[in-house]
Design a protein. Structure first.
Length: 396
């Protein structure tokens, strides 16, 4: 995300920059070559939670494959949107990449350092540079602490608290940059609205001058009317402080405008990744197509002709994922027997788009028809693109 949005938060001042300016020369201009642009690299990251049984919970009877082989790259200054339905492993992946959860396997590299090589003080110092903004600001902010004490806490832990007066000035600048008045410092979380509390959560992350912010469903708990304001604020802060974001959401509408690139997760793995415009214009994985078909389109003529894809069945349990393609139990384009037996790799299909589907090209070209009744296309738009040609697919 590199564009500035129009709205300016009340009280934003130029001096706010000095309060939370990054300590690293990390702008894209400072770097040369792909490696130098890359802030975060995940290679085959896995997080498996053991399922324990027995009186002493001493027997492992299985595993929840919450994250099961995710590889991706996030460049400096970029916003990576991570999308998928509830339970697909987004939060677990977010926590693993900040090392709040230890991965079972794979490698996470942050600014050139393999995080698994760090322990103790070096790990703690590295953690300052990666902060999380949580879904529910009320439960993530201790109700007994004033805003000042909430903000100072982390700064103190990392030696950024430079004395009462100068710290208070910094905090006021910080609050101004998230659109809150300095008087908020003396108040408590319950005295604010949901949107304001999320601004406090964002200020708390910013207070540590991070390079990377993982925002886990940052607007899911907020009224729709407030969601856009908080997303705009995140965009403004990114431009102001040179931040890199991973923004997690369960719905593609939320990440559409904020993301440069989007990864779609299903049952612990990425099924598709592309830059945001490509993903919306040309989704190739059946699961992405289904997610997109559930996003309402503001234009009524487009909305009336929108292809609707209905997925059968529920999300399978991540403790017993389907064989072969994990999506085969719900996929309208499933083909015997390859889909049931062989797990498709996430592979490049051009334009930086990656898809984990054996038949992505055939589906895109309309050479394969979806199962009867799975896709409804209004008669006047049939034949255009992926789903319209087959007689079966016109069933509604
Ligand atoms: N600490 C844990 N122990 C066992 N299972 C967990 C734990 N945390 C998450 N899970 C399971 O891992 C799966 C992925 O969860 P989560 O990462 O929270 O998904 P999402 O954020 O996409 O909704 C879910 O089935 C969830 O129940
Ligand atoms: S590999 Fe098969 S089951 Fe999986 S998404 Fe592609 S067509 Fe559907
Ligand atoms: Mg979650």
């Amino acid at each position: 995300m590199t564009t500035q949005t129009g709205t300016t938060q009340a009280g934003t001042t130029d001096t706010a920059t000095t309060a939370v300016e990054t300590t690293h020369g990390t702008g894209p201009d400072a770097a040369d070559g792909a490696q130098a642009h890359e802030l975060l690299a995940l290679d085959d990251v896995k997080v498996h939670f053991p399922i324990k049984r027995g009186v002493l919970l001493d027997r492992t009877v299985g595993h929840v494959y919450a994250v099961d082989g995710v590889s991706l790259r996030v460049n400096r200054g970029e916003t990576y949107g991570l999308v998928g339905e509830s339970g697909c492993g987004k939060t677990t992946l977010g926590r693993a990449l900040l090392r709040l959860t230890k991965p079972t396997g794979g490698r996470i590299t942050f600014d050139g350092t393999d995080l698994s090589s760090l322990k103790g003080e070096p790990l703690r110092r590295m953690r300052r540079r990666m902060q999380m903004v949580f879904q529910d600001p009320l439960s993530s902010l201790d109700p007994r602490q004033s805003v000042e004490s909430l903000l100072v806490e982390g700064m103190r832990a990392h030696g950024l608290d430079t004395g009462a007066e100068s710290t208070r000035d910094k905090l006021k600048e910080l609050l101004a940059s998230v659109g809150l008045p300095g008087t908020a410092l003396r108040k408590y979380p319950h005295e604010f609205s949901g949107g304001q509390r999320q601004r406090i959560g964002i200020a708390r992350a910013l207070a540590l001058r991070p390079d990377l912010i993982v925002a886990d469903e940052p607007v899911s708990a907020l009224d729709v009317s407030v969601q856009a304001q908080v997303l705009n604020l995140l965009e403004e802060l990114q431009a102001e402080f040179g931040l890199t974001y991973v923004v997690i959401a369960h719905d593609l509408a939320v990440v559409r405008h904020i993301s440069d690139r989007i990864g779609v997760m299903y049952l612990g793995a990425l099924v598709e990744e592309a830059d945001a415009d490509t993903l919306y214009a040309r989704p190739m994985h059946p699961y992405t197509k289904a997610l997109l078909s559930a996003v309402p389109v503001p234009d009524p003529t487009v909305e009336d002709s929108r292809e609707q894809i209905l997925l059968s069945g529920d999300l399978p349990s991540p403790s017993d994922p389907p064989s072969g393609c994990r999506f085969h139990t719900r996929c309208p384009w499933r083909q015997e027997t390859l889909c049931d037996t062989e797990r498709p790799e996430l592979r490049e299909v051009g334009d930086g788009q990656r898809v984990a589907c054996h038949y992505a090209e055939d589906i895109l070209a309309g050479r394969l028809s979806p199962a009867s009744g799975a896709v409804s296309v209004p008669p006047e738009v049939g034949g255009d693109g992926v789903a319209g040609d087959g007689a079966e697919s016109a069933a509604s």
